[in-house]
Ligand binder design. Structure first.
Ligand SMILES: [Zn+2]
Length: 66
């Protein structure tokens, strides 16, 4: 299981860093190539190509000690 600490990407086309801070916080970069959504609940990426953005999200592995 993974915990999301930061949900953001950088667009390689316009260079803008966009961050989704809550579940319904849908952010698109200024050129419209890519966008993020999901906040700290899930990592949602909307882009034509994965190569069009740099993944900058920070996730933490949760170790279940049960
Ligand atoms: Zn862009």
């Amino acid at each position: 299981m993974e915990k999301i600490l930061k949900n953001c990407i950088q667009c390689k086309v316009c260079g803008e860093v966009i961050e989704s801070k809550s579940v319904y916080d849908f952010k698109a970069c200024s050129c419209g190539t890519c966008s993020v959504d999901g906040g700290l609940e899930y990592l949602r990426r909307v882009a034509d190509d994965k190569k069009s953005y740099v993944e900058l999200s920070i996730t933490e592995e949760i170790i279940d000690t049960k």
